[in-house]
Design a protein around this ligand. Structure first.
Ligand code: MG
Length: 275
């Protein structure tokens, strides 16, 4: 069984690039602001300012009632954190997930970082998640099926553990997705080996690749705010995400300022911008 997927034309992918670049601008602006003492609500206001500056709309604000412009998930928060007034402190692990809508097309991307000089263990968490995301993105250049992304993510997590002697769990309850005229569309993009519909990777596919890793068990629960997902064991989590387009000429990371050129070159993939 295959899901109904919205395949995009080259022109539509070019239009989606505009939304991806606004998300990249939100990442840049919030990253610059992250330091001890800053509150997630302040990061949210910065993100809203970037959207306004670009004439873009938020796809998070009001989504099933979500009350803010971005998600900020701190420490044991895995994903969907509602920005709070609690100031960040040195050593916090912060994940910022942001989106934008431009001319009806959606972009969605996330990054994690450690506030100031943190623990080595947390640096490993953030880096392993980042590399897992890029491995998943790179896989799209040669993947036959969307499920190949999950294989690449899991292989990268295993490779990181072997290289650095630190293990991470891969979150199974939250996964990547297709994106385009809506933020969340078919197909599902899981981050593990799975038996599921073998959706083909073919020109016009645009998906968000977004692994979430935990230091301890990936077992999680949702807080009383109905949004913030936290690990049950209190261990820390990280989240990286990019919006990636597949077209006849190759792949293009729409939410990366350089289209993914640097990271993909390191993995033997030549990025193929359409504009
Ligand atoms: Mg997403």
């Amino acid at each position: 069984m295959r899901e109904k997927i919205e395949y995009k034309s080259d022109d539509e992918i070019v239009a989606m690039r505009a939304a991806g670049l606004v998300v990249a601008a939100i990442h840049e602006a919030t990253r610059k602001a992250i330091r001890p003492g800053v509150t997630p609500v302040q990061l949210d206001e910065i993100a809203a300012g970037v959207l306004a500056e670009h004439g873009a709309r938020s796809n998070f604000l009001g989504y099933h009632g979500f009350p803010r412009t971005i998600c900020v998930s701190v420490n044991d928060a895995v994903v969907h954190g509602i920005p709070s007034e609690t100031p960040l402190v040195e050593g916090d692990v912060v994940s910022v997930d942001a989106g934008a809508v431009v001319d009806g097309w959606h972009g969605d991307a996330a990054y994690s970082t450690v506030v100031g000089a943190g623990a080595e263990r947390d640096a490993h968490l953030v880096e392993a998640t980042r590399l897992a995301m890029w491995a998943g993105v790179a896989a799209l250049a040669s993947a036959k099926h969307v499920t190949d992304v999950g294989h690449a993510v899991q292989d990268e997590v295993a490779a990181y553990a072997a290289a650095h002697g630190v293990t991470h769990d891969v979150v199974r309850d939250y996964i990547g997705h297709g994106i385009g005229t809506e933020m969340h569309m078919a197909p599902d993009v899981v981050n593990y080996r799975a038996r599921m519909p073998r959706n083909p990777v073919k020109p016009g596919l645009v998906v968000c690749v977004e692994p979430l890793l935990t230091v301890g068990s990936q077992d999680n629960t949702v807080l009383d705010d109905d949004w913030t997902v936290v690990t049950r064991d209190g261990s820390r989590a990280a989240h990286w995400e990019h919006t990636v387009a597949v077209h006849r000429g190759g792949i293009w990371v729409l939410s990366a300022p350089d289209g993914g050129a640097t990271e993909l070159a390191a993995r033997g993939v030549t990025v193929a911008p359409l504009a």
